[in-house]
Ligand binder design. Structure first.
Ligand code: PLP
Length: 412
Protein backbone atom coordinates (compact mmCIF):
# COMPACT_ATOMS: atom_id res chain seq x y z
CA UNK A 1 0.00 0.00 0.00
CA UNK A 2 1.33 3.50 -0.87
CA UNK A 3 2.08 5.77 2.04
CA UNK A 4 -0.62 8.32 1.07
CA UNK A 5 -3.22 5.57 0.79
CA UNK A 6 -2.09 4.12 4.08
CA UNK A 7 -2.53 7.50 5.79
CA UNK A 8 -5.99 7.86 4.23
CA UNK A 9 -7.01 4.43 5.49
CA UNK A 10 -5.61 5.19 8.92
CA UNK A 11 -7.48 8.50 9.17
CA UNK A 12 -10.69 6.82 8.01
CA UNK A 13 -10.26 4.03 10.55
CA UNK A 14 -9.65 6.53 13.34
CA UNK A 15 -12.65 8.60 12.30
CA UNK A 16 -14.86 5.51 12.19
CA UNK A 17 -13.54 4.39 15.56
CA UNK A 18 -14.32 7.79 17.02
CA UNK A 19 -17.81 7.75 15.46
CA UNK A 20 -18.41 4.28 16.83
CA UNK A 21 -17.33 5.20 20.31
CA UNK A 22 -19.62 8.21 20.32
CA UNK A 23 -22.57 6.25 18.84
CA UNK A 24 -22.54 3.41 21.32
CA UNK A 25 -23.03 4.38 24.92
CA UNK A 26 -21.01 2.16 27.18
CA UNK A 27 -23.16 -0.11 29.31
CA UNK A 28 -23.17 1.21 32.86
CA UNK A 29 -22.05 -1.92 34.67
CA UNK A 30 -21.04 0.15 37.66
CA UNK A 31 -24.49 1.53 38.20
CA UNK A 32 -26.77 -0.44 40.52
CA UNK A 33 -29.69 1.81 39.54
CA UNK A 34 -29.80 0.21 36.12
CA UNK A 35 -30.56 -3.10 37.79
CA UNK A 36 -33.00 -1.60 40.24
CA UNK A 37 -34.97 0.13 37.51
CA UNK A 38 -35.06 -3.08 35.53
CA UNK A 39 -36.38 -4.94 38.57
CA UNK A 40 -39.12 -2.39 39.15
CA UNK A 41 -40.19 -2.34 35.51
CA UNK A 42 -40.25 -6.14 35.37
CA UNK A 43 -42.50 -6.37 38.41
CA UNK A 44 -44.88 -3.85 36.82
CA UNK A 45 -44.97 -5.63 33.47
CA UNK A 46 -45.44 -9.12 34.90
CA UNK A 47 -48.49 -8.01 36.87
CA UNK A 48 -50.44 -7.22 33.69
CA UNK A 49 -49.01 -9.89 31.38
CA UNK A 50 -52.00 -11.47 29.63
CA UNK A 51 -50.55 -12.73 26.37
CA UNK A 52 -47.99 -15.40 27.27
CA UNK A 53 -48.38 -18.84 28.80
CA UNK A 54 -46.25 -18.38 31.89
CA UNK A 55 -47.49 -18.23 35.43
CA UNK A 56 -46.46 -14.93 36.98
CA UNK A 57 -47.52 -16.07 40.41
CA UNK A 58 -44.50 -18.11 41.41
CA UNK A 59 -44.09 -19.72 44.81
CA UNK A 60 -40.33 -20.19 45.02
CA UNK A 61 -39.34 -17.80 47.83
CA UNK A 62 -39.05 -20.68 50.30
CA UNK A 63 -36.87 -22.58 47.87
CA UNK A 64 -34.42 -19.69 47.62
CA UNK A 65 -34.34 -19.33 51.42
CA UNK A 66 -33.45 -23.02 51.66
CA UNK A 67 -30.69 -22.60 49.04
CA UNK A 68 -29.19 -19.63 50.89
CA UNK A 69 -29.49 -21.28 54.29
CA UNK A 70 -27.27 -24.09 53.06
CA UNK A 71 -25.04 -21.83 50.96
CA UNK A 72 -25.98 -23.83 47.89
CA UNK A 73 -25.75 -20.58 45.96
CA UNK A 74 -21.98 -21.10 46.06
CA UNK A 75 -22.15 -24.54 44.44
CA UNK A 76 -22.23 -25.48 40.76
CA UNK A 77 -24.57 -28.45 40.79
CA UNK A 78 -24.75 -30.15 37.42
CA UNK A 79 -27.14 -32.88 36.32
CA UNK A 80 -24.92 -34.31 33.61
CA UNK A 81 -25.86 -37.93 33.12
CA UNK A 82 -28.83 -40.23 33.12
CA UNK A 83 -31.13 -39.59 36.10
CA UNK A 84 -31.84 -43.32 36.25
CA UNK A 85 -28.26 -44.44 36.76
CA UNK A 86 -26.16 -43.73 39.83
CA UNK A 87 -23.57 -40.99 39.69
CA UNK A 88 -21.90 -39.80 42.81
CA UNK A 89 -20.87 -36.28 42.28
CA UNK A 90 -22.13 -32.74 42.71
CA UNK A 91 -25.51 -33.31 41.14
CA UNK A 92 -29.22 -33.55 41.93
CA UNK A 93 -30.00 -36.55 39.74
CA UNK A 94 -31.86 -38.33 42.53
CA UNK A 95 -34.28 -35.41 42.69
CA UNK A 96 -34.69 -35.41 38.94
CA UNK A 97 -35.60 -39.11 39.06
CA UNK A 98 -38.07 -38.52 41.90
CA UNK A 99 -39.76 -35.70 40.03
CA UNK A 100 -40.06 -37.79 36.87
CA UNK A 101 -41.54 -40.65 38.90
CA UNK A 102 -44.02 -38.26 40.46
CA UNK A 103 -45.16 -37.07 37.03
CA UNK A 104 -45.06 -40.45 35.24
CA UNK A 105 -48.45 -41.74 36.45
CA UNK A 106 -50.05 -38.35 35.72
CA UNK A 107 -49.42 -39.10 32.05
CA UNK A 108 -50.21 -42.79 32.33
CA UNK A 109 -46.64 -44.10 32.31
CA UNK A 110 -45.91 -47.11 34.50
CA UNK A 111 -42.94 -46.25 36.69
CA UNK A 112 -40.98 -49.32 35.60
CA UNK A 113 -41.53 -48.65 31.90
CA UNK A 114 -40.76 -44.95 31.93
CA UNK A 115 -37.63 -43.08 31.03
CA UNK A 116 -37.23 -39.34 30.85
CA UNK A 117 -35.47 -36.22 31.91
CA UNK A 118 -36.03 -32.68 33.08
CA UNK A 119 -35.37 -30.84 29.86
CA UNK A 120 -34.38 -27.26 29.25
CA UNK A 121 -37.78 -26.30 27.81
CA UNK A 122 -40.74 -27.43 25.76
CA UNK A 123 -38.54 -27.02 22.71
CA UNK A 124 -35.87 -29.24 24.23
CA UNK A 125 -38.55 -31.83 25.03
CA UNK A 126 -39.72 -31.72 21.42
CA UNK A 127 -36.12 -32.05 20.28
CA UNK A 128 -35.84 -35.24 22.29
CA UNK A 129 -39.24 -36.48 21.11
CA UNK A 130 -38.35 -36.00 17.46
CA UNK A 131 -34.80 -37.33 17.88
CA UNK A 132 -35.87 -40.37 19.91
CA UNK A 133 -38.75 -41.00 17.53
CA UNK A 134 -36.58 -40.85 14.43
CA UNK A 135 -33.97 -43.17 15.97
CA UNK A 136 -36.65 -45.57 17.14
CA UNK A 137 -38.20 -45.76 13.68
CA UNK A 138 -34.84 -46.07 11.91
CA UNK A 139 -33.84 -48.83 14.29
CA UNK A 140 -37.06 -50.75 13.55
CA UNK A 141 -37.26 -50.26 9.80
CA UNK A 142 -33.81 -49.12 8.57
CA UNK A 143 -35.72 -46.38 6.79
CA UNK A 144 -35.89 -42.65 7.35
CA UNK A 145 -39.25 -41.52 8.69
CA UNK A 146 -41.50 -38.73 7.49
CA UNK A 147 -42.61 -36.32 10.20
CA UNK A 148 -46.25 -35.17 10.12
CA UNK A 149 -47.16 -32.02 11.91
CA UNK A 150 -49.96 -29.50 11.79
CA UNK A 151 -49.32 -26.13 10.20
CA UNK A 152 -50.35 -24.37 13.39
CA UNK A 153 -48.17 -26.43 15.73
CA UNK A 154 -45.40 -24.63 17.60
CA UNK A 155 -42.65 -23.53 15.22
CA UNK A 156 -40.02 -25.34 17.28
CA UNK A 157 -41.18 -28.63 15.78
CA UNK A 158 -40.54 -27.46 12.22
CA UNK A 159 -37.23 -25.91 13.27
CA UNK A 160 -36.19 -29.17 14.92
CA UNK A 161 -37.11 -31.29 11.89
CA UNK A 162 -34.95 -28.96 9.86
CA UNK A 163 -32.13 -29.18 12.40
CA UNK A 164 -32.33 -32.97 12.47
CA UNK A 165 -32.49 -33.10 8.70
CA UNK A 166 -35.82 -34.96 8.68
CA UNK A 167 -38.33 -34.86 5.89
CA UNK A 168 -41.55 -33.35 7.20
CA UNK A 169 -45.04 -32.66 5.94
CA UNK A 170 -47.05 -29.80 7.30
CA UNK A 171 -50.71 -30.66 7.44
CA UNK A 172 -53.51 -28.15 6.90
CA UNK A 173 -55.65 -27.15 9.84
CA UNK A 174 -59.27 -26.25 10.31
CA UNK A 175 -60.06 -22.67 11.22
CA UNK A 176 -59.74 -23.50 14.92
CA UNK A 177 -56.19 -24.75 14.48
CA UNK A 178 -56.69 -28.52 14.54
CA UNK A 179 -54.98 -30.84 12.07
CA UNK A 180 -57.46 -31.74 9.32
CA UNK A 181 -57.98 -35.53 9.34
CA UNK A 182 -58.67 -35.61 5.58
CA UNK A 183 -55.46 -33.73 4.87
CA UNK A 184 -53.52 -36.04 7.18
CA UNK A 185 -54.97 -39.12 5.51
CA UNK A 186 -54.00 -37.82 2.10
CA UNK A 187 -50.45 -36.95 3.20
CA UNK A 188 -49.74 -40.14 5.14
CA UNK A 189 -47.35 -42.36 3.17
CA UNK A 190 -47.75 -45.96 4.40
CA UNK A 191 -44.52 -47.09 2.71
CA UNK A 192 -42.43 -44.97 5.07
CA UNK A 193 -42.26 -44.92 8.87
CA UNK A 194 -44.42 -42.12 10.28
CA UNK A 195 -43.35 -39.80 13.09
CA UNK A 196 -46.46 -37.89 14.07
CA UNK A 197 -46.25 -34.83 16.30
CA UNK A 198 -49.58 -34.08 17.94
CA UNK A 199 -50.17 -30.54 19.12
CA UNK A 200 -51.89 -30.33 22.48
CA UNK A 201 -52.36 -26.64 22.45
CA UNK A 202 -51.16 -24.90 19.30
CA UNK A 203 -49.14 -21.76 19.85
CA UNK A 204 -51.74 -19.18 19.09
CA UNK A 205 -55.19 -20.79 19.19
CA UNK A 206 -54.48 -23.38 21.84
CA UNK A 207 -55.96 -26.05 19.58
CA UNK A 208 -55.65 -29.75 20.26
CA UNK A 209 -55.24 -32.23 17.44
CA UNK A 210 -57.92 -34.90 17.60
CA UNK A 211 -55.69 -37.85 18.42
CA UNK A 212 -58.49 -40.43 18.35
CA UNK A 213 -59.49 -39.47 14.81
CA UNK A 214 -55.91 -39.23 13.58
CA UNK A 215 -54.97 -42.53 15.23
CA UNK A 216 -57.90 -44.18 13.45
CA UNK A 217 -56.43 -43.00 10.14
CA UNK A 218 -53.05 -44.43 11.10
CA UNK A 219 -54.71 -47.75 11.99
CA UNK A 220 -56.47 -47.77 8.62
CA UNK A 221 -53.47 -46.85 6.45
CA UNK A 222 -50.95 -48.88 8.48
CA UNK A 223 -47.59 -47.20 7.86
CA UNK A 224 -44.61 -49.56 8.22
CA UNK A 225 -43.95 -48.15 11.69
CA UNK A 226 -45.31 -45.29 13.76
CA UNK A 227 -44.04 -43.07 16.57
CA UNK A 228 -46.27 -40.48 18.22
CA UNK A 229 -44.87 -37.53 20.08
CA UNK A 230 -47.16 -35.13 21.93
CA UNK A 231 -46.21 -31.47 22.21
CA UNK A 232 -48.13 -30.48 25.32
CA UNK A 233 -45.94 -27.62 26.51
CA UNK A 234 -48.75 -25.62 28.09
CA UNK A 235 -51.80 -27.92 28.28
CA UNK A 236 -49.74 -30.86 29.50
CA UNK A 237 -49.02 -28.85 32.65
CA UNK A 238 -52.59 -28.41 33.84
CA UNK A 239 -54.64 -31.16 32.20
CA UNK A 240 -53.37 -33.92 34.56
CA UNK A 241 -54.83 -31.89 37.42
CA UNK A 242 -58.32 -31.67 35.91
CA UNK A 243 -61.22 -34.00 35.18
CA UNK A 244 -59.97 -34.06 31.60
CA UNK A 245 -56.75 -35.83 32.54
CA UNK A 246 -57.42 -38.71 30.15
CA UNK A 247 -56.54 -36.32 27.31
CA UNK A 248 -52.87 -36.57 28.30
CA UNK A 249 -53.04 -40.18 29.45
CA UNK A 250 -50.74 -42.40 27.43
CA UNK A 251 -53.05 -45.38 28.05
CA UNK A 252 -55.88 -43.53 26.36
CA UNK A 253 -54.02 -41.58 23.69
CA UNK A 254 -51.38 -44.21 23.05
CA UNK A 255 -48.43 -41.91 22.38
CA UNK A 256 -44.73 -42.70 22.74
CA UNK A 257 -43.39 -39.50 24.25
CA UNK A 258 -44.57 -36.20 25.62
CA UNK A 259 -42.99 -32.79 26.19
CA UNK A 260 -44.29 -30.33 28.79
CA UNK A 261 -42.83 -26.94 29.76
CA UNK A 262 -41.82 -26.41 33.39
CA UNK A 263 -42.00 -22.62 33.28
CA UNK A 264 -45.55 -22.37 31.99
CA UNK A 265 -48.21 -23.90 34.24
CA UNK A 266 -45.81 -25.67 36.61
CA UNK A 267 -44.43 -22.36 37.77
CA UNK A 268 -40.66 -22.47 37.47
CA UNK A 269 -38.75 -19.23 37.09
CA UNK A 270 -36.31 -20.63 34.54
CA UNK A 271 -37.02 -22.33 31.21
CA UNK A 272 -37.36 -26.04 31.89
CA UNK A 273 -39.55 -28.98 30.91
CA UNK A 274 -40.50 -32.60 31.27
CA UNK A 275 -39.71 -35.18 28.65
CA UNK A 276 -41.20 -38.62 29.21
CA UNK A 277 -40.99 -41.70 27.07
CA UNK A 278 -40.86 -45.49 27.49
CA UNK A 279 -37.96 -47.85 28.17
CA UNK A 280 -38.86 -49.53 24.89
CA UNK A 281 -38.11 -46.30 23.02
CA UNK A 282 -34.95 -45.77 25.07
CA UNK A 283 -33.68 -49.23 24.10
CA UNK A 284 -33.85 -48.32 20.44
CA UNK A 285 -31.62 -45.27 20.74
CA UNK A 286 -28.06 -45.07 19.53
CA UNK A 287 -25.67 -45.94 22.32
CA UNK A 288 -22.74 -43.63 22.80
CA UNK A 289 -20.54 -44.87 25.57
CA UNK A 290 -19.14 -41.93 27.53
CA UNK A 291 -16.10 -43.07 29.52
CA UNK A 292 -15.83 -40.28 32.06
CA UNK A 293 -19.49 -40.47 33.02
CA UNK A 294 -19.29 -44.25 33.29
CA UNK A 295 -22.54 -44.66 31.43
CA UNK A 296 -24.38 -44.26 28.21
CA UNK A 297 -25.77 -40.84 27.46
CA UNK A 298 -29.00 -41.18 25.55
CA UNK A 299 -29.98 -37.54 25.95
CA UNK A 300 -28.86 -34.75 23.65
CA UNK A 301 -27.38 -32.37 26.23
CA UNK A 302 -24.48 -33.14 28.50
CA UNK A 303 -24.72 -30.59 31.33
CA UNK A 304 -28.26 -30.02 32.49
CA UNK A 305 -29.91 -27.90 35.15
CA UNK A 306 -29.94 -29.26 38.69
CA UNK A 307 -31.92 -26.33 40.03
CA UNK A 308 -34.97 -27.04 37.85
CA UNK A 309 -35.46 -30.54 39.31
CA UNK A 310 -34.67 -29.27 42.80
CA UNK A 311 -37.30 -26.54 42.46
CA UNK A 312 -39.91 -29.01 41.22
CA UNK A 313 -39.06 -31.41 44.05
CA UNK A 314 -39.32 -28.55 46.53
CA UNK A 315 -42.69 -27.46 45.10
CA UNK A 316 -44.08 -30.99 45.20
CA UNK A 317 -42.85 -31.31 48.77
CA UNK A 318 -44.69 -28.09 49.61
CA UNK A 319 -48.18 -29.02 48.51
CA UNK A 320 -47.90 -28.39 44.77
CA UNK A 321 -50.23 -31.26 43.91
CA UNK A 322 -53.19 -29.67 45.72
CA UNK A 323 -52.24 -26.21 44.54
CA UNK A 324 -51.94 -27.25 40.89
CA UNK A 325 -55.34 -28.95 41.12
CA UNK A 326 -56.87 -25.81 42.57
CA UNK A 327 -55.13 -23.48 40.10
CA UNK A 328 -56.09 -25.60 37.08
CA UNK A 329 -59.76 -25.46 38.01
CA UNK A 330 -59.62 -21.72 38.75
CA UNK A 331 -57.90 -20.98 35.44
CA UNK A 332 -60.54 -22.82 33.45
CA UNK A 333 -63.33 -21.24 35.47
CA UNK A 334 -61.93 -17.76 34.81
CA UNK A 335 -61.47 -18.61 31.13
CA UNK A 336 -65.16 -19.45 30.92
CA UNK A 337 -66.05 -16.27 32.75
CA UNK A 338 -63.94 -14.21 30.33
CA UNK A 339 -65.67 -15.84 27.36
CA UNK A 340 -69.08 -15.04 28.84
CA UNK A 341 -68.07 -11.42 29.34
CA UNK A 342 -66.88 -11.14 25.73
CA UNK A 343 -70.06 -12.81 24.55
CA UNK A 344 -72.21 -10.34 26.44
CA UNK A 345 -70.22 -7.52 24.85
CA UNK A 346 -70.81 -9.12 21.47
CA UNK A 347 -67.07 -9.11 20.95
CA UNK A 348 -65.81 -11.80 18.52
CA UNK A 349 -63.79 -14.45 20.36
CA UNK A 350 -62.89 -18.14 20.14
CA UNK A 351 -61.75 -20.79 22.57
CA UNK A 352 -60.79 -24.43 22.03
CA UNK A 353 -61.64 -27.51 24.05
CA UNK A 354 -60.09 -27.68 27.55
CA UNK A 355 -58.22 -24.51 26.66
CA UNK A 356 -57.20 -21.51 28.76
CA UNK A 357 -56.37 -19.55 25.60
CA UNK A 358 -59.01 -17.08 24.44
CA UNK A 359 -58.38 -15.58 21.04
CA UNK A 360 -60.33 -12.70 19.69
CA UNK A 361 -60.56 -9.93 17.17
CA UNK A 362 -57.43 -7.88 17.77
CA UNK A 363 -57.98 -4.74 19.87
CA UNK A 364 -55.96 -1.55 19.28
CA UNK A 365 -52.19 -1.59 19.62
CA UNK A 366 -52.55 0.48 22.78
CA UNK A 367 -54.39 -2.41 24.46
CA UNK A 368 -52.15 -5.04 22.87
CA UNK A 369 -49.08 -3.27 24.31
CA UNK A 370 -50.57 -2.50 27.69
CA UNK A 371 -51.39 -6.16 28.36
CA UNK A 372 -48.63 -7.78 26.35
CA UNK A 373 -51.10 -9.63 24.11
CA UNK A 374 -49.74 -11.97 21.45
CA UNK A 375 -50.91 -11.39 17.90
CA UNK A 376 -51.74 -13.48 14.86
CA UNK A 377 -53.63 -13.24 11.60
CA UNK A 378 -56.15 -15.66 10.15
CA UNK A 379 -58.26 -14.74 7.16
CA UNK A 380 -60.73 -17.51 8.01
CA UNK A 381 -61.53 -15.80 11.30
CA UNK A 382 -61.81 -12.28 10.00
CA UNK A 383 -58.14 -11.25 9.95
CA UNK A 384 -56.23 -9.68 12.82
CA UNK A 385 -56.35 -11.62 16.09
CA UNK A 386 -54.87 -11.42 19.58
CA UNK A 387 -55.01 -13.83 22.46
CA UNK A 388 -55.17 -13.88 26.22
CA UNK A 389 -53.83 -16.87 28.11
CA UNK A 390 -55.46 -17.28 31.49
CA UNK A 391 -52.57 -18.32 33.71
CA UNK A 392 -52.43 -18.37 37.52
CA UNK A 393 -51.91 -14.63 37.95
CA UNK A 394 -54.71 -13.69 35.56
CA UNK A 395 -57.59 -12.98 37.92
CA UNK A 396 -61.00 -11.43 37.33
CA UNK A 397 -59.82 -8.06 38.61
CA UNK A 398 -57.10 -7.85 35.97
CA UNK A 399 -59.48 -9.05 33.28
CA UNK A 400 -62.12 -6.55 34.36
CA UNK A 401 -59.56 -3.81 33.80
CA UNK A 402 -58.84 -5.26 30.35
CA UNK A 403 -62.55 -5.55 29.53
CA UNK A 404 -63.12 -1.97 30.61
CA UNK A 405 -60.39 -0.77 28.26
CA UNK A 406 -61.84 -2.93 25.50
CA UNK A 407 -65.38 -1.66 26.12
CA UNK A 408 -64.19 1.96 26.00
CA UNK A 409 -62.60 1.28 22.64
CA UNK A 410 -65.63 -0.55 21.21
CA UNK A 411 -68.08 2.16 22.24
CA UNK A 412 -65.96 4.95 20.74
C1 PLP B 1 -44.52 -22.78 24.60
C2 PLP B 1 -44.67 -23.90 23.65
C3 PLP B 1 -43.56 -24.52 23.08
C4 PLP B 1 -42.18 -24.04 23.34
O1 PLP B 1 -41.85 -24.30 24.63
P1 PLP B 1 -40.61 -23.58 25.32
O2 PLP B 1 -40.68 -24.16 26.68
O3 PLP B 1 -40.88 -22.12 25.25
O4 PLP B 1 -39.41 -23.97 24.56
C5 PLP B 1 -43.75 -25.60 22.25
N1 PLP B 1 -44.99 -26.04 21.97
C6 PLP B 1 -46.07 -25.48 22.49
C7 PLP B 1 -47.41 -26.07 22.17
C8 PLP B 1 -45.96 -24.38 23.35
O5 PLP B 1 -47.06 -23.85 23.89
Amino acid sequence: MKKANFMKTLTLALALGLAASTCYAKPAFNNENVLNEYAKATMQRKAVALGYPCSQDLQLSGFYKWMLKHKLDTAMINNAGDPFTEHSHVNALKFEKDVLEYFAPKYGFAKEDMWGLISFSGTDGNNHGIYFGANYLKNLTKQNPIVYISKEAHYSNMRLCDLQNLEFKMIDTDRYGRMLPEAFEQALDPSRPALVVYAMGTTFKGAMDDQAKLNAIIAKKKPVAVYKHVDAALFGGYLPFTKMKSMVDKNVQNYDSIAVSGHKFLGLDEPAGLFLTTKEVLKKQKAFDIPYLNSEMPMINCSRSATAPLKLWWLINHGADERWTQEASEMLEITEWLCNELKSMNYPYFVGEASNTVYMKRPSMAIVDKYGLAMDYDKRLGGDLAHIIVMQHVNKKLLQQFLKDLQAEVSK
